[in-house]
Ligand binder design. Structure first.
Ligand code: TPP
Ligand code: SF4
Ligand code: MG
Length: 310
């Protein structure tokens, strides 16, 4: 029996199964928002009926990138900004896996920004969690693509001259089909949003506000927050692109003016890339890795291809 045969098994599971037995405790600083992501994810995975062996967590580099060290799923800690291409390849090679990609604001909106845009455009079926703490945490607090204008740090001692990126708007115009923002201070909402994102068939982007008390001088905890679905002050249709766009724009401005808006912003039913590849007959019917176990399989090996080009 290969590791993949476990996919599809039905049994009772709980969040403790996602806690590694041998790994050390998280090394995040006390009060770090990253704990909130880990907690919400550990609760969400069993609640959608997943077992650890059905999930792959792919992370970038940063404090956020340590997520899969503390989570007992398959894991791949990639290089800076490259969680999405690795996640895409894994999902294409084994469509049975539930893929969660994760990384920081520097990782996903900076160095990996190009991958973010195209993974959204192509609507790859996965959940992408961006830990947005508005700084480069691991490397000691440099200004990042989501740092506010005027933000002071070692790299912008006189104040940040750049305007921050608009993550929700960027996801929308790029083509993501589920877009939400949540915050580490709102664990129940975070868990529900992660569950919806995992169950969504297509690219689901979660901008997850995670405070960095060590390096973000303002040490914002993102409280009080407003849930746009719960509040009477906001009324928009998450299936209407134009209304979602206006709400995202307001949300992105509000964050830097001191009002933290969170919730679901956009959901669309456009078929995922995997779905479209299946319709074209271009998706493997079994995980590609299974072929290593099948001596009779006829498949081209990379060195056969090299031979042909001699
Ligand atoms: C190609 C490359 N450039 C730079 C670095 C150094 N580096 C490591 S983590 C990091 C920033 C992390 O910031 P972010 O993605 O926001 O994650 P956080 O630590 O805040 O969770 C940088 C610049 C690297 N590892 N690789
Ligand atoms: S440096 Fe900031 S982001 Fe990194 S673990 Fe500490 S509080 Fe969290
Ligand atoms: Mg960061």
């Amino acid at each position: 029996m290969s590791a993949f045969n476990a996919i599809g098994d039905e049994r009772e599971i709980d969040r403790d199964e996602f806690t590694p037995g041998l790994e050390p405790q998280p090394t995040w600083c006390p009060g770090c928002g990253d704990f909130g992501v880990l907690k919400a994810l550990k609760q969400a995975l069993p609640e959608v009926g997943l077992t650890p062996e059905e999930v792959l967590t792919v992370t970038g580099i940063g404090c956020s990138g340590k997520l899969n060290s503390y989570l007992d799923t398959y894991g791949f800690h990639t290089i800076h900004g490259r969680s999405l291409p690795v996640a895409r390849a894994a999902k294409l090679a084994n469509d049975g896996l539930t893929v969660v990609a994760a990384g920081g604001d520097g990782d996903g909106y900076g160095i990996g920004g190009n991958h973010f845009m195209h993974t959204a455009r192509e609507n790859h079926d996965m959940t992408y969690i961006v830990f947005n703490n508005e700084v480069f945490g691991l490397t000691k607090g440099q200004t990042s693509p989501t740092s506010p204008k005027g933000h002071t740090s070692k790299t912008t001692p006189h104040g940040n001259a750049k305007s921050p990126i608009r993550p929700l708007s960027l996801a929308l115009t790029s083509g993501a089909t589920y877009i939400a923002r949540t915050a580490a201070v709102n664990p129940n909402q975070a868990k529900e949003i992660i569950k919806e994102a995992i169950e969504h068939d297509g690219f689901a982007h979660i901008d997850f506000l995670t405070q960095c008390p060590t390096w973000n001088k303002d040490a914002r905890q993102y409280v009080p927050y407003v849930d746009v679905q719960e509040s009477d002050d906001y009324d928009f249709d998450i299936h209407d692109r134009k209304e979602a766009q206006e709400m995202m724009f307001e949300t992105e401005n509000a964050l830097y003016e001191g009002t933290v808006l969170t919730g679901r912003y956009f959901v669309d039913e456009r078929p995922s890339y995997q779905q479209q590849k299946k319709e074209l007959g271009e998706m493997p019917e079994e995980p590609l890795a299974e072929r290593y176990f099948d001596d009779d399989a006829e498949w081209e090996r990379s060195y056969d291809l090299l031979e042909r080009h001699k």
